[in-house]
Design a protein around this ligand. Structure first.
Ligand code: ATP
Ligand code: MG
Length: 386
């Protein structure tokens, strides 16, 4: 993919553009070291794909734009690295990959980075919805030209699947379980025969997949029941369950890294300081688990308070602080923006927050000014939301 000239016009670059220097450095490292050669049409060797996603302890020396530079390979996905290894192995095999897990656990994020590292393109994507049709998975026609000229290969509009097959790339299929079973079944033949038949064309009516073609699908475990995958399709996918990161240190690292990047993208000068980040991560973890480290228990929220939600609260707090606050991101900004995340699924969750505030935050506030500020602002936010 080429980089458009006017960078200012892009709100969010795909991974292969945003992390191009890191990917280029790893491609050079593959060529100069004795690492395994990239399989099939892969851009990187499996070891380098893993290094791209989990980061490397030391920067890599590379020549970028004619200059010798050392490029730090940052960690993109925080979780058990064995999960990433299994995902890479699956993509090198005959089987397709299905990442399943609670909302906001980084499934789409991991799939984007895997596609960027393996095939150099993360934008061949189908977003599964109840309205996704078989045409969107296979191909459609430019109807006006078909009426004028009849069905010809040049009048065919290829789907992302067909493009991925022709180029030996990876197709990303987001939220696959939202598609109705008939539509999901269109994938069975693609995954078994690795071709798409175009019966409307008199000849050359088969599109064959090139080596390297595979599918990375994601499914939200809360939606699994919407349209469960058929047994035939299940057999063609390797499932990898992505759990919510359990430990506070890792969750803080994710929120720190991702919110820093977002805050910079929105050109907000403020920084999320460690003590504020710690309060945010603690509130999320404790409310999600319904318990604190010292054994206080309370009701859990029905909303999954995912890591992605914590990142969103951090960004909202930064924007709030920038325009309506002091400029510095404080715990009061976090408290104000937390309420929206808590009541997403059920207004009754506000009661859970109230219980948490009185059982936990108030007690801590007696000894700690930061927790007191959080408690006071949250009480006000809850009162205005109820
Ligand atoms: N373990 C993680 N490592 C790195 N980033 C993460 C992780 N978990 C969540 N995130 C961040 O959270 C944000 C949302 O993640 P993403 O959209 O991938 O979630 P998801 O699992 O696909 O959710 P959904 O099921 O709702 O689609 C991303 O910006 C991502 O960077
Ligand atoms: Mg997703």
């Amino acid at each position: 993919m080429t980089k458009p000239d006017d960078q200012a016009l892009i709100l969010r670059e795909p991974a292969e553009l945003q992390y191009r220097a890191q990917l280029d450095a790893l491609i050079q490292a593959d060529a100069t070291t004795s690492r395994d050669a990239p399989p099939n049409a892969w851009k990187l060797s499996p070891r380098s794909v893993l290094a791209y996603i989990t980061g490397t302890p030391k920067p890599i020396e590379a020549t970028i734009g004619g200059k010798k530079v050392s490029v730090a390979i940052t960690r993109k996905f925080f979780n058990d690295d064995a999960l990433v290894e299994r995902a890479i192995v699956t993509l090198a095999s005959e089987r397709a990959l299905l990442l399943v897990g609670e909302p906001g656990t980084g499934k789409s994020w991991l799939s984007e980075h895997l596609a960027a590292a393996i095939s150099g393109c993360s934008t061949l994507t189908i977003q599964g919805t109840a309205g996704t049709t078989e045409d969107q998975i296979k191909y459609s026609w430019n109807v006006a030209r078909v009426i004028a000229e009849g069905p010809k290969p040049s009048n065919l509009i290829p789907s992302p699947t067909m493009i991925a097959m022709r180029t030996g790339g990876l197709l990303r299929f987001e939220e696959i379980t939202r598609c109705v079973p008939d539509v999901q079944d269109a994938l069975v033949s693609i995954l078994s025969d690795k071709n798409i038949v175009v019966p409307e064309l008199p000849d050359a009516n088969m599109v064959f997949a090139r080596p390297g073609f595979n599918i990375i699908a994601t499914a939200n475990s809360r939606d699994q029941g919407v349209n469960e995958l058929s047994a035939a399709l299940k057999r063609r996918f390797n499932y990898i369950h992505i759990p919510i990161v359990g430990d506070q240190k890792t969750e803080m690292a994710i929120v720190r890294d991702r919110s820093k990047e977002l805050i910079e993208r929105y050109k907000i000068p403020a920084k999320l300081e460690e003590p504020v980040l710690e309060v945010l991560a603690t509130v999320f973890r404790e409310m999600r688990n319904g318990t604190t480290a010292d054994g206080t228990t309370f009701q859990k929220t029905s909303t999954t308070l995912s890591t992605a939600e914590a990142i969103a609260v951090a960004l909202d707090s930064a924007i709030y602080a920038r325009y309506f606050g002091t400029g510095a991101i404080g715990v009061a900004d976090v408290a104000k923006n937390l309420v929206g995340s808590i009541v997403k699924e059920d207004l009754a969750d506000l009661q859970v927050l109230k219980e948490y505030l009185s059982l936990v935050a108030k007690k801590r506030g007696a000894k700690d000014a930061l927790w007191k500020a959080f408690h006071d602002a949250a009480i006000k936010a809850v009162a205005s939301a109820s």
